[in-house]
Design a protein around this ligand. Structure first.
Ligand SMILES: [Zn+2]
Ligand SMILES: [Zn+2]
Length: 263
């Protein structure tokens, strides 16, 4: 499996992806907002885009569909419940469905509500798994729930589907929010030396060649996976005495998500 992360350079800091079968050179475009750049990269490498996967219905993920379809005839795939929101969907998918790319690539669909209620993450069936996480999981952060989502479902998605991923899993999110998210982690957990070091190391990173984190790193620096961290809990209890001395994981997650909204 070849993964090409395409940096859009737009104000929303979107990442688009091409996932390619190295044998057939067939490609799946994930959220190809900057369709011109995606098409140019594919043409340059000799890849042909035959499918599009929208992780969810927001315009900064679907806005490039028609440009790619016009140029390639690619089929549009998204969550089965997004059919009313995404024009000209060819295939609706749900939990456990497989998207094949060429001869060698298989991507499993995870049904991951929270950011919106029709959000798909893709997990590759490769020796080192890769997760294409859309706006559910960001490097060092979690998606917001402002536009059609619910924090409680996002918590359940994190707890039941993301937390269980193997340490070596590579994380490919829909946006580059790494530095802001790390700063939030440090705001909540000032003694997180790994997050502090990561900010130093990647402060001036080139988004065209961005850090790809693993789940092991996420467990270290992503506040939303650090619900049991004594310093995260202590600071939260200080700010919200009403949650008691020993808030459960769900309460911690929901408070962190609420704080991140206005942070
Ligand atoms: Zn979104
Ligand atoms: Zn987005």
């Amino acid at each position: 499996m070849i993964v090409e992360q395409v940096w859009t350079g737009n104000a929303y800091r979107n990442f688009n992806y091409l996932v390619v079968c190295p044998e057939s050179r067939d490609a799946l475009a994930i959220d190809p907002l900057d369709f011109k750049k995606c098409l140019a990269v594919a043409a340059d490498r000799g890849w042909s885009i035959s499918q599009i996967l929208n992780t969810h219905e927001h315009a900064d993920h679907t806005g490039g569909n028609s440009g790619v379809v016009k140029a390639t005839g690619a089929k549009v795939i998204a969550h089965k419940n997004a059919a009313q929101k995404i024009p000209n969907m060819d295939r609706g998918v749900g939990a456990g469905d497989i998207i094949k790319v060429g001869k060698t690539v298989e991507l499993e669909c995870l049904d991951t509500p929270g950011h919106t209620m029709s959000h798909i993450c893709l997990l590759s069936r490769t020796d080192q798994p890769a997760l294409f996480s859309g706006d559910t999981l960001f490097n060092a952060g979690a998606g917001n729930c402002h536009n059609g989502g619910h924090p409680e479902e996002l918590f359940e998605t994190f707890e039941q589907q993301l937390e269980i991923l193997g340490d070596e899993t590579l994380i490919y999110p829909g946006h580059d929010y790494l530095l802001n998210n790390l700063a939030f982690t440090l705001d909540r957990e000032p003694d997180n030396t790994i997050a502090a070091q990561m900010i130093e190391n990647f402060r001036n990173q080139d988004p065209d060649n961005a850090l790809v984190t693993t789940m092991a790193q996420e467990r270290d620096v992503n506040t939303f996976f650090r619900l049991q961290s004594p310093s995260v809990m202590a600071k939260l209890v200080e700010d919200f005495p009403e949650i008691g001395d020993k808030p459960n994981a769900k309460t911690v997650f929901l408070k962190l998500r609420e704080l991140r909204n206005s942070w």
